[in-house]
Ligand binder design. Sequence first.
Ligand SMILES: *[C@@H]1O[C@H](CO)[C@@H](O)[C@H](O)[C@H]1NC(C)=O
Length: 215
Amino acid sequence: MASRLCLFGLLMFSISMALASDHSPLQDFCVADTKGQVLVNGLACKDPKLAEANDFFFSGLHLPGNTSNAVGSRVTPVTATQLPGLNTLGISLVRIDYAPWGLNPPHTHPRATEILTVIEGSLEVGFVTSNPENRQITKVLQKGDVFVFPVGLIHYQRNVGSGNVVAIAALSSQNPGVITIANAVFGSKPDIASDILVKAFQLDKNVVTDLQSWF
Ligand SMILES: *[C@@H]1O[C@H](CO)[C@@H](O)[C@H](O)[C@H]1NC(C)=O
């Protein structure tokens, strides 16, 4: 009985693992054919005989991103788009730069859990659990600290030091996707009808119109 329960547990665990990230590859690799016209779930493979070292290589993550923007942060992605060899492998990497008090605004990755480490500076991080609790879990990280943002949950990071912050994060998808909450809700094209947002956010119509013009 105990072993049957154990087996069931293992099965459920593997199923949840399989659903929590990209599908497993069915071959050693599938370097993305960046010029391919075929539309598949992911990117089509180039002929494996033509694969070379540079297909599995990216250079430039030592370079700071430009944080001169409204939020004071910049994400430099290394996903399957920048590194074709990542196609089908279910993993990617980003560098995030933050100016003093710079913010990586609340967003979610629909396809990935994210594990982040601080290389330089002090970084406040947080995520919010799903309904009905909507509990915020937050912490201030220092150089060398590691934090995880579970798949799909809304999260943010903010530089709380006087210097620049650099963080590196790995994500459990070759193409994690990003939904920045404010941009998606108030900056959609075309706009979501303002009366919908007035009711959803319990805001004055002028505030909604103002937000829509801003994003
Ligand atoms: C950084 O971005 C700002 C705003 O887009 C631009 O004016 C500036 O030239 C950029 N700096 C560098 C070093 O690229």
